[in-house]
Design a protein around this ligand. Structure first.
Ligand SMILES: [Zn+2]
Length: 500
């Protein structure tokens, strides 16, 4: 094990469909993961059994035991009381009212167990190792089936009086109320009576639109899963995008999304939406641009309310459609006319993907330990020391390397996979995506052709959107920087130009 901190933790993400348990080191390297299906329509005991089994199986497969663990962090959807570890309310699952923390502590032989809301922990994970690493205050917004969010200040979650702060998905962006002008039946200038209010029941004229009509009430406002109307989530989540697409097609618009999604439209995957965007489909482009515009205004609202250093956007919709959505979101936030609006604040894409929540669960355990937070921020993997004795060879731990290598963010060394497809700009996107996984402050790119090449636009955009700095250097300079850099680092070493 390469880590300075030897502590071992398990992070568990209890979701509506899957339960993921991951074995994680104190410096945030994910060593192994175990996924189980979440049992449905059963007593809560059975769900607790599956959580316990997934942890124990993960440990035994990795030749570890419960007494070697420093703690277990568990993430669950809904309102979770982090102080007690109790699940207050969780949607679509049978754990509401369950004292999850206490029960799991007992079942796991007294090991420390901390419990938190999954979105909150996703943001905490991103603030530990991902795009929010350097932020004093960060807000994360995850756009998926719904819209989840969380707020972290000084590496601590802001939970609020009732443990439900940061529910940005339920900020009301469309006020469910007739305007005073409509109520008075006035038109501009007051000469004529306005037509009958359209605020009663919104009617879609096409007969085909029967299913869409069911959920549409109150003058076009849709009821959110939370029970309110006009929530951000009802306007820009994947469910909202799906609803818009179904409505557009029901109204006669033509779109290739039907083909991309296997002929059905009951569930429209983020991947199908991305394909339609790539294919230039007009209906999907207009709808996704609209959703991105709404997300942009929500970011603007968050900025005016909290002025965070970073707003991180993640979730299936952003991951699949970021190329199209991020420029729209940025154009909205950059159009902010409020005087003194902090234009330099960044909007980034989350960088830990599926691991964010389990890493955040471990960060929660570590933060609950006695003032360990400084250590959390500083704990970095033990990186290899690189020696360069000749121009075209480097030595790491007595091994000489003369062909291309990748050094991952946890210090692990991989031979660069043989490239079947050459990229003209030298560094492959896949290599770069791989080495920065798990969180890094700087990406060091070493090549004898350092002066001649730059990264492709795709690579530069990927790093920029995640707040990762990079340098392209000659081998000798790269070795120097790698050895002396005081933070999390990743590297790609190319030894000769022909390999490109
Ligand atoms: Zn809501």
């Amino acid at each position: 094990m390469r880590d300075q901190v030897k502590d071992l933790y398990v992070g568990v993400d209890v979701g509506g469909t899957k339960i993921q348990a991951s074995l994680i080191t104190g410096s945030g390297s994910v060593l192994a993961s175990n996924r189980r299906n979440t049992p449905r329509n059963c007593p809560s005991e059975l769900t607790l059994d599956v959580i316990e089994e997934s942890i124990c199986e993960l440990l035994s497969l990795q030749d570890h035991s419960l007494d070697q663990l420093s703690g277990v962090g568990i993430a669950a959807p809904g309102v979770v009381c982090s102080e007690t570890g109790n699940i207050v309310v969780t949607p679509n699952m049978n754990l509401s009212g369950v004292e999850l923390g206490r029960i799991m502590r007992e079942r796991l032989g007294g090991v420390r167990v901390e419990v938190g809301n999954d979105c909150n922990l996703g943001v905490l994970g991103e603030c530990w190792l991902g795009s929010g690493r350097s932020a004093n205050m960060a807000v994360g917004i995850f756009v998926g089936t719904g819209i989840g969010a969380g707020i972290v200040k000084d590496h601590r979650l802001i939970l609020g009086a009732g443990q439900s702060a940061g529910e940005i998905g339920h900020i009301v962006l469309q006020v469910p109320c007739e305007s005073w002008r409509m109520q008075l039946r006035l038109k501009k200038g007051g000469r004529k009576r306005a037509k009958q209010s359209n605020f009663a029941e919104h009617k879609i004229k096409t007969k085909k639109a029967k299913t869409a009509k069911k959920t549409v009430i109150n003058g076009g406002l849709v009821q959110c899963g939370c029970g309110n109307y006009g929530c951000f989530e009802t306007l820009a989540s994947r469910s909202a995008i799906e609803r818009y697409i179904r409505e557009a097609i029901a109204c006669g618009a033509k779109s290739a999304i039907v083909d991309y999604n296997g002929g059905k439209l009951d569930v429209i995957k983020s991947g199908s939406i991305a394909k339609a965007l790539k294919g230039g489909d007009e209906v999907v482009t207009v709808i996704v641009n609209y959703a991105a515009t709404v997300i942009g205004y929500a970011c603007l609202t968050v900025r005016h309310l909290l002025d965070p250093d970073v707003i991180m956007l993640g979730g299936g919709v952003i991951e699949a459609c970021q190329k199209y959505m991020m420029p729209v979101i940025e154009s909205v936030t950059e159009s902010d006319r409020l005087q003194y609006a902090p234009c330099s604040r960044r909007i980034l894409v989350s960088s830990l993907g599926d691991s964010a929540v389990v890493l955040g669960a471990v960060a929660l355990v570590r933060s609950a330990e006695s003032n360990m937070f400084d250590q959390i921020c500083e704990s970095i993997p033990k990186y290899p020391h690189i020696l360069m004795l000749a121009d075209d060879v480097i030595h790491i731990d007595d091994i000489a390397y003369t062909s291309d290598i990748l050094i991952l963010s946890d210090g692990a060394i991989h031979a660069r996979p043989k490239s079947p497809k050459k990229e003209p700009d030298g560094f492959r996107f896949k290599d770069i995506e791989m080495v920065v996984q798990g969180g890094t402050d700087i990406l060091i790119l070493a090549t004898p052709a350092a002066e001649k090449i730059n990264l492709s636009e795709k690579c530069r955009d990927y790093l920029y959107r995640r707040g990762i700095d990079y340098r392209i250097l000659q081998l000798k300079e790269a070795v120097q920087l790698y050895n002396n850099f005081n933070g999390r680092r990743s590297a790609v070493f190319h030894f000769n130009i022909e390999n490109f």
